[in-house]
Design a protein around this ligand. Structure first.
Ligand SMILES: O=C(O)CCC(=O)c1ccccc1C(=O)O
Ligand SMILES: [Mg+2]
Length: 355
């Protein structure tokens, strides 16, 4: 086998302000990059970058991820294969992404085209992806101000974090946002599994009155019957923790979800996420792609994943601005609620060559 060096680079990336969720505040993200460099068996240069941005309960914790990555690096340096199936999700995401980036660069095609050819095989990837703004928990005034600022930035779809305070307090926030921004902006709410079934029913009825598009993870991940019971009450139900984590997916999926939020970091890589998106579409469930507030490498990969989903709904990929600094300049900035899919080879041409 030709020589391939694998390097790991670690970063600690603070958020501008903590993102309040029902699952606690996210204030810093620790990420590890895997950089593959070397030659293919026929002597062509090879380079690929992947990222692990672990975040329990969506993935393993940072220490577990780090240990797995260093073991994988050592195996690669010995010229051995990495047992991908044995890697926890975020570590597997980093290794499979580095490999996919290297392969796509070698074939001189964007990652989206490489993924589409392998996993979906029905048409050209999109050139742009619509995204939602992400608004964390906060007072009524803070929430309205954040929503108005997102609209001034050109977003027409907002996702509001709820469930970190009591339901009446949250409903005050949501009513105030709807009143402030009018009916033309699409609204989503993400409860991160905070509610019991009674509160969830009351919340969903109020969200229906306010014209919300969907409610994400209204009840805990494992409460499959509770999810099914919320269907058809006037607001679509989206699953996040129920499918992005270690638990079993609710089946049949169509009885439990209108929308599934796919986090490639939690699914073990971009290829796995693309395959799941296809599976969901075939069952009448709409896939949306988001991150766990990943750094630029994984965020760019997630944009490519989203681009392989025909007519994808707004995705949760407008999270780069939440970070004070990043691992590299952002190849996927948001402009007027859309992200352009990088068209250079692999993730984004030479954008990550300094890593
Ligand atoms: O989907 C978005 O708008 C952004 C991503 C997001 O909300 C998120 C970020 C980190 C961890 C969990 C979540 C979540 O969707 O619950
Ligand atoms: Mg969520």
């Amino acid at each position: 086998m030709a020589a391939i060096d694998a390097r790991i680079r670690e970063f600690s990336l603070p958020l501008r302000s903590p993102l309040g969720t029902a699952n606690g505040e996210i204030s810093t993200r620790r990420v590890a990059l895997v950089v593959l460099e070397g030659e293919t068996p026929d002597g062509a240069p090879l380079r690929g970058v992947g990222e692990a941005a672990p975040l329990p309960p969506w993935t393993e914790d940072y220490g577990t991820c780090r240990d797995a990555l260093f073991d994988a690096r050592d195996a690669l340096r010995r010229g051995e294969d990495v047992a991908l199936d044995d890697l926890p999700a975020a570590a597997r995401h980093a290794v499979t992404l580095a490999n996919a980036d290297a392969e796509a660069r070698r074939e001189e095609v964007p990652l989206s085209a490489w993924l589409a050819e392998r996993s979906i095989g029905d048409g050209e990837p999109a050139e742009t992806v619509p995204v939602n703004a992400t608004v964390g928990d906060g007072s009524v005034d803070e929430t309205v101000a954040a929503a108005e600022s997102a609209i001034a930035d050109g977003f027409d779809c907002l996702k509001l974090k709820i469930g970190a305070r009591d339901l009446d307090g949250d409903l005050d926030r949501l009513r105030a946002v709807r009143a402030a921004i009018g009916d033309d902006v699409a609204l989503r709410a993400d409860a991160n599994g905070a509610w019991d079934r009674d509160d969830a029913e009351r919340a969903v009825d109020a969200l229906a009155d306010l014209g919300f598009e969907y409610v994400e993870q209204p009840v805990p991940a494992g409460d499959h019957a509770g999810l099914a019971a919320l269907r058809g009450r006037g607001v679509d139900v989206a699953l996040d923790e129920s499918v992005n984590g270690s638990g079993a997916w609710p089946e049949p999926i169509r009885d439990h979800a209108d929308v599934v939020v796919l986090k490639p970091m939690a699914q073990g890589g971009p290829g796995a996420a693309v395959g799941l998106a296809r599976h969901l579409r075939s069952r009448g469930v709409d896939p949306v792609v988001t991150t766990t507030i990943d750094a630029a490498v994984a965020r760019t990969a997630a944009v490519h994943v989203a681009a392989t989903i025909p007519d994808v709904a707004a995705c949760g990929l407008a999270t780069g601005d939440l970070l004070v600094e990043d691992v590299a300049a952002d190849p996927v900035p948001v402009v007027d609620g859309y992200v352009d899919v990088p068209d250079g080879p692999g993730l984004a041409g030479a954008a990550f060559d300094e890593l």
